[in-house]
Design a protein around this ligand. Sequence first.
Ligand code: UDP
Length: 314
Amino acid sequence: MRAVVTGGAGFLGSHLCARLLDEGWQVVSVDSLLTGSDANLEGLRDRPGFDALHADVSRGLSVGGEIDWVFHFASPASPPDYLRNPIATLDVGSLGTRNALELARAKGAGFYLASTSEVYGDPQVHPQPESYWGNVNPVGPRSVYDEAKRFAEALTMGYHREHGVPVRIVRIFNTYGPRMRRGDGRAVPTFIEQALAGEPLTVHGDGSQTRSLCFVDDLIEGIWRLLNAPVTGPVNVGNPEEVTIRELAERIVAATGSASELTFVDRPVDDPEQRCPDISFARSATGWEPRVSLDEGLRHTVAWAAAAWAAAVG
Ligand code: UDP
């Protein structure tokens, strides 16, 4: 089997490339390196069957040879990243998705979309099942990500219905783990960096908003299982262990053994109040469920960050 992975130098894309290689696939990563990094490809470059192209999928996507699946994982995913790059984010969700779907159609391949829990916006149904249509501000600052991913889902279903392209759509909930970029801006890497430096952890608002965090290995297993299940529509993959952001900060202080305190700062516009996946469908369709608890996953991530980020500075 041979895959193209857009965003292969990103956090999730690089873990997906590694998993596909482990399964005996050949993999071509395509990444613009807007938010991905060469460092994420370090462990992949020397592996047999792996190739990396430096290209922007929003401008076009051309890969020679036979392809079985196109995985479209390219996009800024951290709120500060997509707020800094609004048009590139809209482009990769729209033009990039179109280019990746065209490649899949031309090659007779399947198409696998990395979608997001952000399609539910600031949800008024809790936890969120796939059948919930969401509550998205279509012109707010986050819309560049939310609406691009909603369009990407619609386009994916359009190609499936009009051209018969086999498709998978995974709605990825908050995920963390090794290879998150230092300075990425999301809560877990930000709090870890602050705790390791002995600085105050910047909790937005009063920290009562919730998220449900999935360790990256669990997420990749869910993505793999979904590939092998005959499911066309969107499937939530995430860990339903829900915590407040204040509690997350406290757990990261504990996991690092830091003396850092919490500081409460302004909350971003349209920041969702609560988020938790209903994973009943993933469970019944694929047999998948997460195995790594938040505390265990944070311990792994802290150990990785302490070593990797220190080495990058040194
Ligand atoms: N957050 C925070 N401090 C930070 C970064 C994020 O309190 O330094 C909050 C953010 O406002 C949100 C939650 O943590 O309520 C999760 O944010 P993240 O950026 O990780 O992901 P999101 O779920 O918003 O995409």
